[in-house]
Design a protein around this ligand. Structure first.
Ligand code: FES
Length: 184
């Protein structure tokens, strides 16, 4: 009997978690023309949703010609970036937003990589072993994640797609610094 109760509680918790994830991440699939090009405004902007809807849900994902992007609304600002993590493709749309070193960052749910929402920089906490008493400090790896410019006009939210990752991203780990795993 006790086993049955525990099993029921387990299923109920799993159901609640599924509902929370489903409600917290709203998907938008944008139409593509038969030529495979994004249906964009003449100025190159792509409509991804209504301002109020995104403010209410705090985040949406949108698929544009097979590419997934995530739009966050966090502390009064919109941010958009590719939703697949630069590391191994983890779903950033399911990550937690944390304030790290004074910057809003998304923490990838797979391996806890930290990415700034403003710039797409990868952050890591490292120590300099050459210091007399090494103290962990946040460092930048450079821009690692493709970000997109967000424009709000007349209650609609538009994206202007950033350059391809290779053009936008740069930087690497300074060799002298040792990586300290981030645990949230
Ligand atoms: S896939 Fe995002 S941290 Fe590994």
């Amino acid at each position: 009997m006790l086993d049955l109760i525990i099993l029921s509680i387990h299923f109920f918790i799993c159901f609640l978690i599924s509902v929370v994830i489903w409600c917290g991440s709203k998907d938008v699939v944008l139409r593509s023309s038969s030529k495979g090009t994004v249906e964009a405004e003449p100025d190159g902007l792509v409509l991804v949703g209504k301002e109020d809807d995104i403010k209410n849900s705090q985040r949406i994902t949108a698929k544009v010609n097979g590419r997934e992007v995530v739009v966050f609304y966090h502390e009064g600002k919109f941010h958009a970036l590719d939703s697949r993590c630069y590391h191994e493709g983890g779903p950033l749309n399911l990550g937690e937003i944390e304030d790290i070193d004074g910057q809003p960052c998304i923490v990838c749910p797979w391996h806890k990589y930290v990415i700034t929402l403003e710039t797409g920089e990868g952050l890591y906490e490292g120590i300099n072993p050459l210091e007399p008493s090494p103290t962990p400090r946040w460092q930048s790896k450079g821009v690692k994640q493709r970000i997109h410019k967000v424009t709000v006009n007349n209650g609609n939210v538009y994206l202007q797609f950033g350059p391809e990752k290779e053009e936008q991203c740069s930087g690497c780990l300074p060799l002298a610094w040792l990586y300290v795993p981030h645990c949230s």
